[in-house]
Write a protein that binds this ligand. Structure first.
Ligand SMILES: [Zn+2]
Length: 117
């Protein structure tokens, strides 16, 4: 079976509407397949044709768009201080004007923001 036909068939099975809570707290109902807003009580998503079910509305937080923050915890030597690329396990060596230098994969170098605890 072709994937697009299969996808159309799957949309004939009712799927639970999602109630999305936006970051500022407002809520709206959304199609579980294409995530676009639907009106309360709609039997079908007007965008993708997904058949909707309203008996068990799923709650979802809206994912923020843009930049998020990742945190990584790793071990460093006891005498490591932030900015000391030579001792940092993240650094790598590359050639700059025939000289080997320690490079920071996050481009922090002297502006290192690692927090040591
Ligand atoms: Zn849809």
């Amino acid at each position: 079976m072709q994937d697009d036909i299969r996808a159309e068939l799957i949309k004939q099975f009712p799927a639970d509407v999602v109630e999305v809570t936006q970051q500022e707290g407002t809520k709206y109902y959304a199609c579980p397949t294409c995530k676009r807003p639907v009106a309360l009580g709609d039997s079908k998503c007007e965008f993708c044709g997904q058949v909707l079910r309203w008996e068990q509305i799923r709650q979802e937080e809206e994912r923020s768009v843009g930049v998020r923050t990742a945190t990584l915890t790793f071990e460093v030597a006891g005498d490591f201080v932030s900015g000391d690329c030579r001792k940092c396990p993240l650094s790598y060596i590359s050639k700059l004007n025939e000289e080997s230098v320690y490079q920071c994969p996050l481009n922090m170098r002297a502006n290192c923001t690692l927090e040591i605890s």
